[in-house]
Design a protein around this ligand. Structure first.
Ligand SMILES: O=c1ccn([C@H]2C[C@H](O)[C@@H](COP(=O)(O)OP(=O)(O)OP(=O)(O)O)O2)c(=O)[nH]1
Ligand SMILES: [Mg+2]
Length: 148
């Protein structure tokens, strides 16, 4: 495991009394995030769920917002934009965009764990426009071109 990076976190007024994101076990890769609001997401609906905190991620890193597998498997609830990207220059409230792909309304109580946060280094690219690309065995084949 790499040494942890430091991320400043600001509790917002409506986050008072809630646990900050935390690792559930010694080997957990993601910090669980709790909802800062009570709400019900209807089947087929989505909602940007409040978390009650904002962060200042160090330059060169991002934080990914990922679904919890238990919610996905048991209820069909996932992060619609997974993995969500929190930019290092974002200072607003972190929101979790949950979608209910299940058949039943999904009830969230303030304090329920709804997603997990994973910090990751950012690799930027410089694009170089070119007139042609090198040839490969795959070529333009994709989307199942190698078979099932
Ligand atoms: O799950 C998410 C995804 C994003 N964000 C916030 C932090 C992120 O830095 C910002 C912008 O996200 P993104 O770049 O994915 O969205 P966009 O649609 O491109 O918005 P923008 O035009 O603000 O970049 O929204 C969240 O709070 N939760
Ligand atoms: Mg963007």
């Amino acid at each position: 495991m790499l040494p942890p990076i430091r991320i400043a976190i600001l509790r917002l007024p409506h986050g008072e009394g809630l646990p900050l994101p935390a690792y559930a076990t010694a080997g957990a890769a993601g910090m669980d995030v709790v909802a800062a609001e009570d709400l019900t997401i209807a089947p087929g609906a989505r909602h940007a769920v409040a978390t009650g905190f904002a962060m200042a991620i160090p330059e060169g890193f991002e934080v990914q917002v990922r679904p919890r597998s238990g919610l996905a498997l048991k209820h069909g609830v996932t992060c619609l934009n997974t993995p969500g990207t929190i930019d290092s220059d974002y200072r607003g409230e972190v929101k979790v965009i949950l979608a209910n792909l299940g058949a039943d309304p999904f009830v969230i109580a303030r304090g329920d764990r709804i997603a997990q946060l994973v910090p990751a280094p950012v690799q930027r690219a410089e694009l170089e426009e070119t007139a042609s690309l090198d040839e490969t065995a795959r070529g333009a084949g994709g989307f199942g071109s190698t078979g099932r």
